[in-house]
Design a protein around this ligand. Structure first.
Ligand SMILES: O=C1O[C@H](COP(=O)(O)O)[C@@H](O)[C@H](O)[C@H]1O
Length: 250
């Protein structure tokens, strides 16, 4: 059973999302000296800016210097490229923090990018896996209009990603959404995380929310995550995204 929170106002969604993240931070810091979190790309990053930087009641409670930040998926492009998830997170969130704030960020090693084909792409994924902790305190996730999350895409062509049982980070090739080469957390990585949190907003997500929460189409990566890891999974959605969902229990 997943926890779903539906909001009619964006400010409420981003505030409650921020409260949720800060609670996970505080719980982690009671147990140990850092908070290990991973961030996805796409629309989630703007929500994180609103929650953690722009929200005046929350921003002082974010202990950035104790955060270890990883990326749930990354596009195989230079980190300064407009398509880089790290680059976007840096521009929208990290660059807005006071210059005195120290944050530990762990991006993909861009020096490994070459045109050498499959082996080098696999190596980028393998190297990223090497720097990951065994268990993240929180994995922040988005949901594409096709039901993908991280760079785990639905469909036969990308089934190898969902079937992966050993690699915790895998190379995603021929992504249906550009850029085509990516690295992504796999289900084994999500399995070991303490908590998973999706954010989905807007009418472009209506059909897929219906498919996820009413039809429970288990060909969708997001449905698999709900089914496999429901107890530790939360969704923050808005009315627009949830406009076609009939279900009351998740
Ligand atoms: O390509 C990606 O898309 C998903 C969903 O993005 P959204 O803009 O539809 O919310 C994102 O979660 C993932 O990290 C990203 O690489």
């Amino acid at each position: 059973m997943v926890t779903v929170r539906v909001f009619s106002e964006r400010a409420s969604l981003t505030h409650q999302l921020g409260e949720f993240i800060v609670k996970k931070q505080d719980e982690a810091l009671q147990r140990k000296s850092d908070f290990k979190v991973s961030v996805s790309g796409g629309s989630l990053i703007n929500a994180l800016y609103e929650s953690l930087v722009a929200d005046a009641s929350l921003s002082p409670r974010v202990q950035w210097s104790k955060w270890q930040i990883y990326f749930s998926d990354e596009r195989i492009v230079p980190l300064t490229d407009a398509d880089s998830n790290y680059g976007t997170f840096k521009k929208i969130v990290l660059d807005k923090l006071a210059s005195t704030v120290q944050v530990n960020v762990h991006p993909m090693d861009e020096s490994l990018i070459s045109n050498d084909g499959a082996e080098s792409r696999d190596n980028i994924a393998a190297q990223y896996e090497q720097i990951l902790p065994q268990s993240l305190d929180l994995v922040l996730l988005g949901c594409g209009p096709d039901g993908h999350t991280c760079s785990l895409f639905p469909g036969q062509k990308h089934k190898y990603l969902l079937e992966e049982t050993k690699k915790r980070v895998a190379w995603c090739h021929d992504s249906p959404k550009p850029p085509s080469d990516r690295i992504t957390f796999t289900l084994p990585m999500l399995k070991d995380a303490k908590a998973l949190c999706f954010v989905a907003e807007g009418t472009s997500k209506q059909d897929i929310m219906h498919e996820i929460f009413d039809l429970k189409n288990d060909q969708l990566p997001t449905v698999l995550v709900n089914e496999l890891f429901g107890k530790k999974t939360s969704w923050f959605v808005n009315d627009e995204a949830f406009g076609k969902v009939q279900a009351k229990n998740f």
